[in-house]
Design a protein. Structure first.
Length: 195
């Protein structure tokens, strides 16, 4: 009776498993008009807690002053801090996205800063789930722990959600100008991919 050498079989099985875990070479892009070259009507600008006033006199724009690619970018500027608890942001909502459970989500944006002082800016995504008239935040990865300040040309920043939980009603993309910040920021080439 012959014996089976299990070592080659186990090695082959391990290789097949690791191949299944590799990132998809052709990820699905969820944001149309990532380079902002078409007028971005599906993006909005807002203030913390939906303030109707603008205490820090934030200036937001869809501009041609600077761009990572093409000719357009988003711009936020604040010259003086009058209220140190509020902040502002550009945001985009993706309603009921068809994303498989366990998928990896990668949010990227190119950010240029000009004399940005204070807490700076951040890139993030929030997953919301509605249940019985309640809305709860399911995930909120952000670059906020890595300060984006100072003066620099466009640099790519990345936020990753390693395992999508599924059953998300809204994913909100946030380009945030944080409290206690002054200076100018430009955002461009904003992508959200599913691997």
């Amino acid at each position: 009776m012959s014996r089976i050498n299990w070592l080659p079989v186990l090695l082959l099985f391990a290789c097949l498993l690791s191949a299944c875990k590799q990132d998809d070479p052709n990820p699905t892009q969820l944001i149309n008009n990532a380079d902002l070259e078409q007028t971005p009507s599906d993006w909005s600008f807002g203030y913390y807690y939906n303030l109707t006033a603008n205490p820090n006199k934030y200036k937001s724009a869809y501009t041609t002053e600077a761009a990572a690619s093409g000719a357009h970018a988003f711009k936020i500027q604040c010259d003086t801090i009058r209220n140190d608890t509020t902040f502002c942001f550009f945001f985009k909502k993706l309603t009921a996205p068809a994303i498989p459970m366990g998928a990896k989500l990668t949010l990227k944006a190119k950010i240029k800063t000009v004399n940005l002082q204070g807490r700076g800016v951040s890139l993030g995504m929030i997953g919301f789930q509605s249940f019985r008239n309640e809305v709860k935040t399911v995930f909120f990865p952000t670059t906020e722990k890595t300060p984006i300040t100072g003066t620099s040309d466009f640099k790519e920043y990345v936020v990753t959600l390693d395992s999508y939980p599924g059953d998300i009603d809204i994913i909100q993309i946030m380009l945030s100008y944080l409290p206690k910040t002054t200076g100018v920021v430009y955002f461009d080439d904003i992508t959200l991919t599913v691997n």
